[in-house]
Design a protein around this ligand. Structure first.
Ligand code: TRH
Length: 385
């Protein structure tokens, strides 16, 4: 995007991230920070309160140091004893995290106050369109704005690096690159086997899915990155202490545990698989860019508000599918998120496979018509100044 003259001198962005749990908070902010640096030429400081989660997806992180540079991003440990820091031109509080009060004072003391935004969680609900970009609270004279990612026009869009879909397509058309990548993870895919990646929270429905895969006439290779679902996998296999590298065969299904890999490798894993079970926010979006059928395990919230979000996404996603395919995929997603048996839903979904595969590609292309989230943020800033 061509830069406006004023933006040239206003290039410092601060992104604040508190790791609530899991990897989504750091996953989203790290991805955003890198893209802002690489594609928009801004200087980014990423303030993170817990570097251990970060280290899982970026092993170069030194968890013991307060300041370091990773892929052009200045990474700062957001320690409890906050040291004075000058406020940046653009300040992003990710997922409603509370900024240090001394930093808020520093924002207010600037001659020109910064653009202060709250980057919210992703939701497909309609109200997001009405709230995106609206003013929120004020601190002294510094105004905060809501910035909502989303799937529809009028939202802030989704994180998508430039050239991502082209890279993905190239990789998916290159069996040798896929083979080499899988081999680097210790995966030897049997030629006839369908490949499934499984990244999910604990789920009592998993046993029914693995039962269905084990008794299928098509062999399946399930790749499970180390994480919260492993307990359910262990129970189904009747083993304990599953670790990366473990491989177990039960009838037609091979279950293999993978290490937690770097974010870009995780993308490649999704691109290799015929079907991706994903969760939370960032892996969910990456599976959509993989353009393959997917299953979303949504992050549970109090009073089941997450179920409204699930329905809102489904309502958008199934548009354009035939009625039976709609029912199959919606049934599968609902049952998975309720921790129910999914055997029948899985069989129904398999019946509509070609349609669902084509639909995943169409959905991906449709979503890519919207400006990506980093570009939308930069544009928001451009309009604001
Ligand atoms: O880890 P999550 O469950 O994160 C969640 C959600 O973001 C949720 O909305 C939020 O409230 C909660 O955290 C606090 O799922 P998510 O969002 O998919 O994040 C996982 C990140 O980990 C994503 O950036 C992809 C990355 N990843 C790797 O880099 N390597 C891997 O091997 C795997 C499996 C994931």
């Amino acid at each position: 995007m061509p830069e406006m003259p004023q933006m040239k001198k206003n290039r410092r962005w601060d992104i604040f991230c508190t790791v609530v749990d899991n990897y989504g908070d750091i996953g989203v902010t790290w991805r955003l920070a890198r893209q802002l640096v690489a594609e928009h030429g801004v200087a980014v400081r990423l303030w993170v309160d817990d570097l251990r989660a970060f280290e899982r997806m970026c092993p170069e992180i030194d968890i013991h140091i307060a300041q370091q540079w990773q892929q052009g991003v200045e990474v700062r440990h957001w320690a409890a004893d906050w040291q004075p820091a000058e406020a940046a031109d653009v300040v992003i509080a990710a997922f409603a995290c509370q900024l240090p009060s001394a930093y808020m004072d520093a924002m207010a003391e600037r001659e020109k106050p910064p653009l202060w935004m709250n980057l919210d969680y992703l939701s497909a609900e309609d109200w997001v369109i009405g709230c995106h970009g609206l003013p929120s609270v004020k601190f002294k004279h510094v105004q905060k704005f809501f910035f909502f990612p989303g799937f529809q026009k009028g939202t802030g869009g989704l994180l998508r690096e430039s050239g991502l879909l082209e890279r993905r397509q190239q990789f998916q058309q290159d069996p040798e690159a896929q083979r080499a990548f899988l081999q680097s993870l210790g995966v030897d895919r049997a030629p006839a086997a369908q490949l499934i990646s499984l990244f999910a929270y604990e789920n009592t429905g998993l046993a029914s899915w693995l039962d269905a895969l084990a008794s299928d006439s098509t062999p399946t290779h399930v790749l499970v990155p180390e994480g919260r679902i492993l307990g359910d996998v262990e129970r189904w296999l009747g083993v304990s202490d599953l670790k990366a590298g473990a491989l177990h065969v039960r009838e037609a299904v091979t279950v293999q545990v993978l290490p937690f890999v770097r974010q870009d490798q995780y993308d490649q894993l999704l691109w290799c698989c015929d079907f991706n079970a994903v969760r939370g926010e960032d892996s969910f979006v990456r599976a959509q860019w993989a353009a393959r059928p997917l299953l979303w395990h949504i992050y549970q919230q109090e009073e089941d508000v997450h179920l409204d979000k699930l329905e809102a996404f489904l309502a958008l996603y199934v548009k354009g599918l035939s009625e039976p395919a709609r029912e199959a995929i919606s049934g599968l997603w609902r049952a998975w998120n309720a921790g129910e048996k999914i055997t029948d839903h899985w069989h129904s979904t398999r019946k509509h496979w070609p349609e669902l595969e084509k639909h995943a590609q169409t959905w991906c292309l449709e979503q890519a018509l919207q400006a990506d989230l980093a570009t939308a943020l930069v544009q928001f800033y451009g309009n604001w100044i």
